[in-house]
Design a protein around this ligand. Structure first.
Ligand code: C5P
Length: 230
């Protein structure tokens, strides 16, 4: 039998990454940050590793030719996870893939069906005993439809923008709250309206709204759902 999966999906900055990591640690399970794969493919495209085209400053989704090249790159994604460092073709990109510009590019290539298809097997390969906690947008709907527990983690756009703002300020970056809120709402719109694997709760997902919850409470809530489930 395949190892059990807990799928945690939700919009940008809902806290699902932190929550999923903490749940994985609490259970002693593996962890998949599926967004990092889209970010890695996007960074490769931005750095010209997927061919001569540029994703750099086009506001609109790229033409089909780009889609094929980026999908080919995503299929062979030359990534190595080395402890807490992420190496793309040997270069440490751990911090680079977290930049807002890369997140935005990731959300642009994530609308491309060929790119999504290229990453399916790579994501499923993370499923190993004793279990996997996977976070993303389509973990419960597309990648692991047989997940033992599906959580859809949300929070109001305002609360998510404020969290992102605090994170950036704490890291010493400058940040602009109205701008963050605008970007976040635009990314929500793109993730929810794309034709392939749009962001939406699975039919059998448990919706957890963390607007008024701290991280600890949210982790407890998910672990509680898992305990009830067994
Ligand atoms: O979660 P994160 O912000 O790192 O993801 C970056 C982008 O990758 C998202 O905005 C989304 O468009 C895309 N993504 C996706 N499906 C996933 C994970 C991420 O489409 N499972």
């Amino acid at each position: 039998r395949a190892a059990p999966v807990i799928a945690i999906d939700g919009p940008t900055a809902s806290g699902k990454g932190t929550v999923a990591q903490r749940v994985a640690r609490a259970l002693g399970w593996h962890y998949l940050d599926s967004g990092s794969l889209y970010r890695l493919a996007a960074l490769g495209a931005l750095r010209g590793m997927a061919g001569p085209m540029s994703l750099g400053d086009c506001a609109a989704p790229s033409p089909d030719a780009d889609e094929a090249a980026i999908a080919a790159f995503a299929a062979r994604l030359p990534v190595r996870f080395d402890g807490d460092r992420i190496l793309l073709d040997g270069a440490d990109v751990t911090d680079a893939i977290r930049e807002e510009a890369v997140g935005n590019a990731a959300s642009r290539i994530a609308v491309m069906p060929a790119v999504r298809a290229a990453l399916v097997d790579r994501q499923r390969a993370f499923r190993r005993p004793p279990g996997l906690v996977a976070d993303g947008r389509d973990m419960g709907t597309v990648i692991f439809p047989d997940a033992a527990l599906k959580v859809f983690l949300t929070a109001s756009a305002r609360a998510r923008a404020e969290r992102r703002y605090k994170q950036l300020i704490e890291k010493g970056f400058s940040a602009n709250l109205p701008g963050l809120l605008r970007d976040l709402e635009e990314r929500d719109r793109r993730d929810a309206s794309r034709a392939v694997a749009p962001l939406a709760p699975a039919e059998d997902a448990q919706v957890v709204d963390s607007t008024a919850l701290g991280i600890d409470e949210t982790v407890e809530r998910v672990l509680g759902l898992w305990a009830l489930r067994r």
